[in-house]
Ligand binder design. Structure first.
Ligand SMILES: Cc1cc2nc3c(=O)[nH]c(=O)nc-3n(C[C@H](O)[C@H](O)[C@H](O)COP(=O)(O)OP(=O)(O)OC[C@H]3O[C@@H](n4cnc5c(N)ncnc54)[C@H](O)[C@@H]3O)c2cc1C
Length: 394
């Protein structure tokens, strides 16, 4: 396989690099890449940066031009992410809009919905959160109990969502709700778009291991949204939600490996700086971490090749998810080991964490969200290995 890029792709790379050189300055450059799409480190600066990206047309790179995107190829999206990670640019804040809802609307939304919502995502003026999980519906998403009933020209929604990342910053939520309680579990669901700023929606923060509260409980009490803000038809909720999860497990991983490469380099630098590289066990662990980055890189290329030929994320995306989430856990543990006793000391008041501490703690969640380890193994078993379906729980 030839991994070199075409002249056209190299020109695109140069365009990205020049733009970042010119604009990634001052407070934006000072922030670094810290955190991830699901946390709020340096939120205000990141939001201002996201708007700059939007103005310059770097959001929705792969979206069709007729909807304001750039129609970039997957290779170009990869190159953008590579340059972005190399430049140590701020973690993106529009993951839920750009990464999840936008592609879902392009695939399943009405023309009116696309015209209404895609521009706000492209300019980062409207932020979104993902209202899927509930107290009894996580891995078993089809168990959603939040109810929506049509009342004239509005849906009226009652129930509760949980683990809703960044709901306190979001203007809108895309939620899976039950619209037909008499239909079989997967068939009675619908996919609604609801404005967050209304009396019927209450957002309650959930404090995490990191000391901050990036995700929330969201309570709906006669919350309302317009009847036409349903994506697909009533009863299509499962199909549309699976589309969203496909995007979550698919192209959104492109940037990940590059971010991890950068983090591994920081770990190696830390070990050198603190005179730890003479320890043979540390040396072995550093080498293992680096090998893991290379495996992710080539496995990423493999998934991208499949994506290019089939047009949709392959089930092997689950292999990537499993691999990176466990690899990152181990890297976090190595970071703590290298920091030694300092790993247990806070950097400052108000639970201020060092980058390694924060990364270690956040890595514990990575084997849960976007489909837990066990669920990924089920997917690989059934869709890659062709094993019989898991027996239904009694
Ligand atoms: C940091 C973070 C951010 C999140 N952000 C969002 C968000 O923005 N929006 C949103 O909707 N959700 C979000 N989630 C929720 C996430 O999608 C769920 O946590 C995940 O789907 C697991 O569901 P659960 O927590 O209910 O656990 P459960 O589904 O109850 O699982 C509990 C345990 O049982 C295992 N298990 C479950 N079913 C099976 C099975 N069939 N076979 C084998 N083992 C099984 C699981 O692997 C897990 O170990 C977030 C979660 C985290 C940790």
């Amino acid at each position: 396989m030839d991994f070199r890029w075409s002249a056209e792709d190299e020109a695109f790379r140069q365009e990205v690099r020049s733009w970042l050189n010119e604009h990634l300055v001052g407070e934006f450059a000072a922030l670094g890449s810290g955190g991830g799409p699901a946390d709020e480190t340096g939120w205000d600066v990141r939001l201002a940066w996201e708007k700059k990206l939007g103005e310059a047309g770097w959001i929705g790179l792969g979206w069709p031009t007729e909807y304001g995107g750039r129609g970039a190829t997957i290779t170009q999206q990869l190159l953008f992410n590579e340059e972005y990670a190399k430049a140590n640019a701020p973690a993106r804040v529009s993951f839920f809009g750009e990464g999840l809802l936008g592609p879902t609307l392009i695939a399943f939304g009405s023309e009116d919905q696309k015209r209404r919502f895609l521009p706000g995502i492209l300019k980062a003026t409207e932020l979104w959160c993902q209202g899927f999980s509930e107290p009894d519906a996580g891995s078993d998403l089809a168990n959603v109990k939040t109810r929506a009933v049509l009342d004239g020209d509005e849906w009226v929604v009652n129930g509760q969502k949980v683990w809703t990342t960044l709901a306190h910053h979001a203007h809108w939520t895309f939620a899976v709700v039950r619209t037909d309680p008499d239909a079989p579990k997967h068939k009675g669901l619908s996919y609604l778009l609801l404005p967050m700023d209304q009396p019927g929606i209450e957002v309650k923060p959930l404090k995490q291991l990191t000391g901050s509260a990036e995700f929330n409980e969201v309570f709906f009490t006669d919350a309302r949204t317009s009847a036409d803000l349903i994506v697909g038809a009533p009863g299509d909720g499962w199909k549309v939600a699976m589309g969203t999860l496909g995007f979550e497990r698919g192209t959104a991983f492109l940037a990940q490996q590059l971010h991890f490469q950068h983090e591994t380099e920081q770990v190696i630098d830390y070990a050198k700086k603190h005179g730890l590289t003479g320890d043979p066990i540390v040396r072995q662990k550093l080498a293992d971490a680096w090998i893991g980055v290379q495996i992710m890189k080539y496995n990423g290329f493999r998934s991208i090749s499949k994506l290019l030929t089939t047009g949709s994320p392959p089930p092997e995306a689950s292999i990537s998810k499993l691999y990176w989430s466990h690899w990152h856990r181990h890297l976090g543990e190595l970071e703590m080991e290298l920091m030694g006793p300092w790993s247990e000391v806070l950097a400052g008041p108000d639970y201020e964490l060092e980058e390694f501490q924060s990364s270690f703690l956040l890595s514990r969640a990575e084997t849960i969200y976007t489909g837990s380890t066990e669920i990924q193994k089920n997917i690989i078993g059934e869709r890659v290995l062709g094993l019989p379906r898991e027996p239904a729980a009694s």
